[in-house]
Design a protein around this ligand. Sequence first.
Ligand code: NI
Length: 239
Amino acid sequence: MAKLSTAPKQGVARYINAWTGLAFMTVTLGSIMYWYQNFKMERNRRISVKTVGKSRLGGSWTLVDQNGNVKTSLDYQGQYQLLYFGFTFCPEICPTELKKLSKIVNNLDKEVDPKLITPIFISLDPWRDSVEQIGTYVKQFNKRFTGLTGTPGQCEEIAKKFRVYSTTNRNANSDEEDYIVDHSIWIYLMDKEGKFLDVFGVDKDAEDITKVIKKHLILRQDIKLSIWAELKSFMKNEF
Ligand code: NI
């Protein structure tokens, strides 16, 4: 008898519990969606704030690649470009930075179509960095590298556009071949239209830089995250 009288109550209780559960789930999911939307907006804001003010770096240029082909800034449209300025006789800094750039490229190649990322070494020492010299040099680091050189005027022009500082200690009156080019050390990230996106100094290692570049690619939909991956980065408060 006791069983019979409690049976309807149990049914009602179950019914109420189901609605409470559903309401609770709706609120929870709603909150997550709300946070998630805010997170995406905040992420986009943080990335765009960082980029403002540096956007005038770059511009059009003409140089010659390691195969002797004339290249202009227009040839790299549709690709993100990673630019590094240096000279092939650099005893220490350029090799270190180019090894770093090579790592970055290898990291990114695992995530996106290699055709989307073009790493480019640009000579600040056109007097010694011939087409042949630059070809042999960049190959040592990564077969994905493009090497660019040109006339002293062309190299000076592009360096100016990227506000790269460089000077030679060469005495113009001697035929001294063993000189050092002092230069600023930056890796520039340009977007698919050749516009400036970001710049990385010696204080950042390959992993740091890869992470930031990936963020730019995510923001521009060239890396598509699953909703779970996005939520995970939201929970870890990345970006
Ligand atoms: Ni150097």
